[in-house]
Design a protein around this ligand. Structure first.
Ligand SMILES: Nc1ncnc2c1ncn2[C@@H]1O[C@H](COP(=O)(O)OP(=O)(O)OP(=O)(O)O)[C@@H](O)[C@H]1O
Ligand SMILES: [Mg+2]
Length: 394
């Protein structure tokens, strides 16, 4: 039975989706996490504790495991594990992008610099560390710490004073360090979910984000696929995404790329060397019910892949967090689940846990999933189901 090490932060609720995929595929999964996992259904899945803050040591541990019993693939579920996965794969000769390539995606300044060298279409930017001395790139602009994710610390500023305040706040959220200031790109946003094989990007889906995100903070809400953009725009999004991967030399594995479209141009906002975050991957289903997780495992093990996506439109809403506080209750879940075209509602924050709005927040409250004939029906279903949920935060 082929053996795959899956790197997951303990906080991830997506581990079970990978366990299900591994079972379907007849793959043994070893879950490597930063703490002993408390899986709801461990079901005989073995675990390994690795230090996510020390990728070299973590890779040593997995290489040691390989010496004893053989490791056939390494997969990272999200940003925190991708450097460990790349380092390990590099040493074991397994399928992965190089450690240098994935490290560009872990640092927003490094990513922008690498894309700029190859003239990939992206916003103008500058790197700085003193909030009182932000390089002038014009307004509006967007300020972000270089090392965070999930829109944490990402703040739009429309003038000098707002920019200074934003930079001080962003730096505080990040606990210090470098920041980046970028030209604000107006327009609609899309996310590309793709798989790289031997340097070639297979675009699996393009998600539209029908809620305009204009700041000052950028909360993700609805993702719907297939995209309603014109074929010409779709082609541009695909080719720009492929150029971005080539520019940083990403060659293998899942990628999640965000772009903004304004007029007849598109700009790369971000490239991540991982699949889509949270539980959003549940919107995707290939050939006869094959999950995105299964495709990722197949890729890591160099098994054949059928990319035919199911025909229906699909989408997810990341349930917005409207205020900070303790989550005391969620009413209306059954009613939301019974609404037309809704296929799932998951609340991922336990009752009693405190949550924060952006730019400070760092977790998703939950997800609503829909499937329908058309993207417009999916979008409408998500909005109607969301209106039935009553989220209580005190
Ligand atoms: N230059 C920009 N112009 C307009 N909007 C931007 C710009 N940069 C970021 N944004 C908005 O902020 C959101 C978050 O920014 P970004 O993707 O760079 O960081 P992140 O979400 O923290 O990273 P990750 O996607 O890895 O979690 C984007 O999806 C986009 O909506
Ligand atoms: Mg992003």
């Amino acid at each position: 039975m082929p053996r795959v090490v899956l790197l997951v932060p303990t906080s991830s609720y997506r581990t079970n989706d990978f366990i299900t995929a591994a079972r379907a595929l007849g793959v043994e999964l070893i879950v490597a996490s930063d703490q002993p996992p408390s899986l709801p259904d461990p079901g005989g899945v073995r675990s390994l504790v690795v230090d996510f803050n020390d990728p070299t040591k973590a890779a040593d541990l997995i290489v040691g495991l390989d010496n004893k019993q053989g490791v056939d693939g390494v997969v990272a579920l999200d940003d925190q594990g991708i450097e460990i996965a790349a380092l390990t794969a590099d040493r074991l000769g397994l399928r992965s992008s190089s450690p240098a390539a994935v490290s560009h995606t872990r640092d927003k300044a490094s990513l922008r610099t690498a894309l700029a060298k190859r003239e990939v279409s992206q916003p103008r930017f500058a790197v700085f560390d003193d909030p009182e001395e932000i390089p002038a790139i014009g307004f509006p602009c967007v300020i972000k710490p270089v090392g965070l994710s999930a829109s944490q610390g990402v703040i739009r500023a429309n003038n000098h004073d707002e920019a200074t305040r934003a930079a001080k706040w962003a730096q505080k959220i990040a606990g210090g360090g470098e920041m980046i200031v970028e030209e604000y790109v107006s327009g609609s946003e899309v996310a590309v979910e793709g798989l790289l094989r031997d340097g070639n990007l297979e675009t699996l889906v393009i998600f539209d984000k029908p809620d305009l995100m204009e700041g000052p903070y950028f909360e993700e809400t609805i993702y719907v696929t297939p995209s309603r953009h014109k074929p010409k725009i779709i082609e541009m999004v695909k080719s720009t995404s492929a150029e971005a991967c080539r520019a940083i030399n990403l060659t293998e594995g899942p990628v999640h790329i965000e772009l903004r479209i304004s007029g007849d141009r598109c700009w790369v906002i971000e490239v991540a060397a991982r699949s889509i975050g949270g539980l959003c991957a549940r919107t995707l289903s290939f050939s006869t019910g094959v999950s995105w997780e299964e495709i990722i495992l197949r890729h890591a093990l160099e098994m054949p892949i059928d990319f035919t996506r199911e025909r229906s439109a699909a989408g997810v809403m990341m349930i917005p967090i409207v205020k900070s506080g303790a989550l005391t209750g969620v009413q209306g879940k059954d009613a939301a689940l019974r609404s037309d075209n809704i296929v799932g509602v998951e609340i991922t924050v336990p009752i009693g846990r405190s949550i924060k709005t952006l730019p400070e927040g760092d977790r998703y409250l939950g997800f609503i999933f829909a499937r329908a004939q058309t993207p417009a029906e999916v979008e409408q279903a998500l909005r109607l189901a969301h209106a039935k949920l009553k989220i209580e935060i005190t």
